[in-house]
Design a protein around this ligand. Structure first.
Ligand SMILES: [Zn+2]
Length: 196
């Protein structure tokens, strides 16, 4: 049996950006701040785990399904922005440059990592596109090989529909993941998007 301290350290070390050393430092800090930090954190984690749900329309995370974006009467329902994951969706929302709706793929195509179209939410994207009402689909995928392969594949699947397909333009560095771009760069990339 591992001690509670070891157990917690091992769990924390699995978080992105944390290794065993930083995990131990966090455990120490938490134990020193039990009332102010550790117990509220435990309660917040449990609440989020129980209450946050995935939007069945766009894949966003929030307290409701459909999410607040999909349910909002002020969003432009004729424009759909396709993103790799929720981190990219949130990055675009932070930029405030996009007022339409989203579609989260849940990853990118990767032969190396064995992700095929069936592993991504591509069929549901095509279904949304066929349902009508959408005039433009923006492929806001990273400038990585996987991102561009995915964008190309989706553009082919959507070919023939009366929808403008565009992708992010300048400002997305090669190899760039959307989540790491500053908001100004993301806004520029979105506003100067070009047709595929
Ligand atoms: Zn949604």
């Amino acid at each position: 049996m591992q001690s509670p301290i070891e157990h917690l350290s091992r769990l924390l070390a699995r978080l992105p950006g944390l290794g065993p050393r930083s995990a131990r430092r966090i455990v120490l800090l938490l134990l020193q701040e039990r009332e102010n930090l550790m117990l509220p954190l435990a309660a917040a984690l449990e609440k989020a785990a129980c209450e946050v749900r995935t939007c069945s329309l766009c894949g966003n995370l929030g307290e409701t399904d459909p999410c607040s974006l999909c349910a909002s009467p002020t969003r432009d329902r004729t424009t759909l922005c396709v993103v790799e994951d929720v981190a990219a969706l949130w990055a675009l929302e932070r930029s405030r440059a996009f007022k339409g709706l989203y579609h989260t793929l849940g990853g990118t195509l990767s032969a190396l990592e064995g992700r095929s179209p069936a592993d991504l939410k591509i069929d549901s994207l095509v279904a949304r596109a066929r349902n009508g009402g959408i005039k433009e689909i923006i492929l806001a995928l990273g400038a990585t090989v996987e991102g561009q392969t995915t964008a190309h594949y989706i553009a082919e699947r959507l070919a023939g529909l009366p929808i403008t397909i565009s992708r992010l333009a300048q400002g997305v560095p090669m190899g760039g993941e959307l989540d790491y771009l500053d908001e100004g760069t993301l806004t520029a990339a979105l506003t100067s998007r070009r047709s595929v």
